[in-house]
Write a protein that binds this ligand. Structure first.
Ligand code: NAD
Length: 306
């Protein structure tokens, strides 16, 4: 497997492209928005500098990525296509249907969906066995895990080829055994987010203090001791005693907290719009991105030195 096409050069695409090119793949990429294509080169360069800082070994001498205006030109000769377009089932199905007629039957079609079951994305594909979930974590050139999700019709050889590719580029494949919505990373993250937003909305804690509590409390600890190992570290008897009175107190709301719904309706989307939970100036955004990348790199290096 050598030729990879990446569809979508938004938040995720450039980092995925840089990581795969660094791993020795020949990468072609496209986007339907000219603005995204225009910005892609500098975002890819930024991702390459982070990979340099991570001392990610370069395989072969192939670090070039070509950008293409059309889907047809982008996927020509592809062994693997990764779609990382917006999280919208209809949009993704439409793209996968178009791809079906453009690529060879043994070209694998991977989706970076955050949690749409892969079985839904296989519908209507002439070779559903080649459709697979390849869920990267943001920023994709820094976070080393990729969830590998088989849909009902995904062939074992597709799972094997994607898993091998991920290991070959020194990343960590996470096998997901059931095609459940949200897979695993996002189910855990969204359970945490739901509780956090409710706690802030109910006035239990301020947003800044909550971030400090979670980052320095469970976040820092979980990066070294995972939740299952943490159960053993704390003692199952303690978990049982606390869980027996606490679990029923935790948020179980099925909707999204109105705080988020209202801000979204008003266009307060976070960093991308200059305000969300917090406020951002353009200078602050640049400084935050840099500082966060540096800290993530430092933490990853420390964890890899185990
Ligand atoms: N943002 C994250 O933190 C994150 C993390 C992991 C996975 N994901 C998933 O990755 C996917 C992409 O997310 P994102 O945050 O990069 O979205 P984004 O909106 O930032 O970027 C998507 C890009 O796809 C382009 N696009 C739309 N239709 C297209 C088409 N038919 N062909 C080519 N390009 C097209 C858009 O113009 C846009 O630039 C989603 O499924 C998302 O759920 C996102």
């Amino acid at each position: 497997m050598k030729n990879v096409a990446i569809l979508g050069m938004g938040t995720m695409g450039p980092g995925i492209a840089a990581t795969l090119a660094r791993g020795g793949m020949t990468v072609r990429a496209t986007d339907t928005r000219q603005e995204a294509l225009a910005q892609a080169s500098s975002l890819i360069e930024g991702a390459f500098s982070v990979l340099n800082a991570l001392q990610m070994p370069a395989k072969g001498d192939n670090t070039a990525i070509t950008l293409h205006d059309t889907l047809e030109a982008c996927v020509a000769g592809a062994d693997l296509v990764i779609e990382t377009i917006p999280e919208d089932l209809e949009l993704k199905l439409d793209l996968l249907t178009r791809l079906d007629g453009l690529v060879s039957p043994d070209c694998m079609l991977a989706s970076d969906t955050s949690g749409i079951p892969i079985t839904k994305l296989q519908k209507g594909n002439s070779h559903p066995g080649r459709v697979i979930g390849m869920h990267w974590s943001n920023p994709p050139h820094i976070i080393p895990i990729i969830e590998v999700v088989a849909g009902a019709e995904t062939e074992p050889k597709t799972v094997e080829r994607i898993t091998t590719l991920i290991s070959d580029i020194n990343l960590i494949p996470i096998p997901i055994k059931k095609d459940v919505p949200g897979f695993v990373e996002n189910r855990v993250l969204y359970a945490i987010m739901r509780e956090c937003v409710d706690l802030v909305e109910e006035g239990v804690i301020d947003a800044e203090a909550l971030d400090q509590c979670v980052s320095w409390g469970i976040g820092y600890k979980l990066s070294v001791v995972g939740p299952m190992a943490l159960l053993d570290m704390a003692g199952l008897d303690i978990y049982q005693a606390v869980g027996s009175y606490l679990n029923k107190e935790l948020s179980a709301r099925a909707d999204v907290n109105p705080v988020i719904t209202e801000k979204t309706a008003q266009g307060h989307l976070g960093i991308k719009s200059g305000s969300g939970i917090f406020n951002y100036t353009p200078e602050k955004i640049v400084a935050l991105r840099k500082a966060r990348a540096q800290k993530l790199i430092a933490v990853r290096k420390a964890l890899e030195n185990d």
